[in-house]
Design a protein around this ligand. Structure first.
Ligand SMILES: [Zn+2]
Length: 313
């Protein structure tokens, strides 16, 4: 029997979701989709954890919300020795038996368009920023806005600064004009943390072929999102539709872009809604991916992406 494959997932909403019912995300639970114990059980070794401020929080209320959630994350760390917060290239190799967590902000509104706040979030451990959620913020427009505005001047400056600092710039949720502006600035370090193929499922949250190609050309990664509506709009998704996305993304972008971005605890219905089920997806993926490609999809592409990008030795 093969060793259990390492899993690296590029998006979950757990640290915000648990605020609704005070769930302890360190221990195994029947509630919610993801917790540290469940993920470790399936050899989950790397998880990007996003703080997504609710869209009704405007201005600096989004900033304080984000710092408060980060505070609750670091408070939780005092009660466990199972987690390593990954902030540098070297940290990626120190995970051992622990879970490596990369902190993210989903929707850059907490930055208020300011370099100083970007600096503080960087120092608070944030290493990935999804430029928008579905609405507009100081940097760009999300896909829910309509219209064709790209990055603002502040957005352009901050994208360049994020890259200089060694932070990943995430285009999931971003509109097409913003995507194109981002692609113009970045030659690497650009990812879609939780989006699928528009060709296979024509949801606006998914990536068209040109976008898949642009991410691949920049050595980026595309995290596969488990949300039912982003996999298939007509019926509940299963193995066939899952594999159709993988095949198509591989055909357009090559196997080096393949990654997980499950969106657990951020979705209602999904291909899987339980972290214990990752191995089922790897088993299915193994029907079309060769051993090496399967490992790349499960964790290596994501690992390499952050290894290239993060600051420090
Ligand atoms: Zn999202």
């Amino acid at each position: 029997m093969k060793n259990k494959m390492v899993i690296f997932d590029n998006h979950c909403d757990t640290i915000v979701a648990v605020r609704k019912n005070n769930r302890n995300w360190l221990i195994q639970s029947e509630d919610g989709h993801w917790d540290v114990e469940r993920f470790l059980k399936v050899n989950g070794r790397y998880q990007v954890m996003a703080v997504c401020p609710p869209p009704n929080l405007l201005g600096d209320t989004a900033t304080s919300f984000t710092f408060e959630v980060l505070g609750s994350y670091y408070s939780a760390l005092r009660k466990t020795d199972k987690i390593l917060t990954i902030q540098t290239k070297g940290d990626l190799d120190k995970v051992g038996e622990k879970l490596g967590i990369i902190l993210a902000i989903e929707g850059a509104n907490p930055l208020l368009g300011r370099e100083t706040l970007l600096e503080m979030f960087f120092r608070a451990g944030i290493r990935l920023i999804t430029l928008t959620w579905n609405h507009r913020n100081e940097l760009a427009d999300g896909i829910g806005v309509g219209g064709n505005y790209g990055l603002t001047n502040a957005g352009k400056n901050l994208v360049a600064s994020m890259h200089e600092k060694g932070m990943a710039v995430d285009v999931s949720h971003l509109n097409e004009a913003g995507f194109n502006d981002t692609a113009e600035i970045l030659k690497s370090g650009m990812m879609a943390s939780h989006s699928n193929s528009f060709k296979i499922c024509n949801h606006p949250r998914n990536l068209n072929d040109k976008q898949i190609k642009a991410i691949a050309d920049r050595n980026g990664i595309i995290g596969f999102n488990f949300a039912s509506g982003f996999i298939c709009r007509e019926k509940e998704p299963g193995k066939e539709t899952f594999l159709a996305h993988l095949k198509h993304i591989r055909k357009i972008g090559g196997s080096k872009v393949l990654a997980f971005g499950g969106d657990l605890d951020g979705i209602n219905r999904g291909l899987i809604t339980n972290a214990l089920k990752y191995p089922d997806l790897l088993k299915w993926a193994g029907e079309i991916l060769k051993d090496k490609e399967l490992e790349d999809f499960a964790w290596k592409n994501s690992y390499n992406f952050f290894k290239d990008l993060l600051p420090g030795a």
